[in-house]
Design a protein around this ligand. Structure first.
Ligand SMILES: [Zn+2]
Length: 116
């Protein structure tokens, strides 16, 4: 595990992520982004930077769960959960996350294999 800086719309989060997560977060522009990773475990997040406060905090951000629905977004894709990482001080949004589930992969083992 390595600590990476993950960019969000309102700041960044420093977190321990796996190589697989780092690959997902790398959109090829020399930065890593929060959004493609999905939800990070609170224990993996070390620091967060809030643009509004212009401060880096030495704690994980707060997690604000916005929605916990099983909304179908396409034929076999379900949005399981949506939420935001928010600043511990001013509660502005650092970044967002979405957790998806593929409908045709009913068993967990399916997640281990790359989709393309
Ligand atoms: Zn703030």
């Amino acid at each position: 595990m390595t600590e990476f800086k993950l960019q969000g719309s309102g700041g960044y989060i420093i977190a321990d992520i796996t190589e697989e997560q780092a690959k997902k977060a790398d959109l090829g522009v020399g930065k890593l982004f929060l959004a493609p990773i999905g939800k990070l475990e609170e224990g993996k997040m070390k620091k967060h930077y809030c643009k509004n406060c212009e401060t880096e905090f030495g704690n994980p951000p707060k997690i604000h769960l916005e929605e916990n629905t099983n909304e179908q977004v396409s034929d076999n894709l379900i949005l399981v959960e949506r939420g935001q990482y928010t600043c511990e001080k001013c509660s502005s949004i650092i970044g967002e996350y979405r957790v998806f589930k593929k409908q045709d992969e009913s068993d967990e083992a399916g997640n281990a294999r790359p989709s393309n």
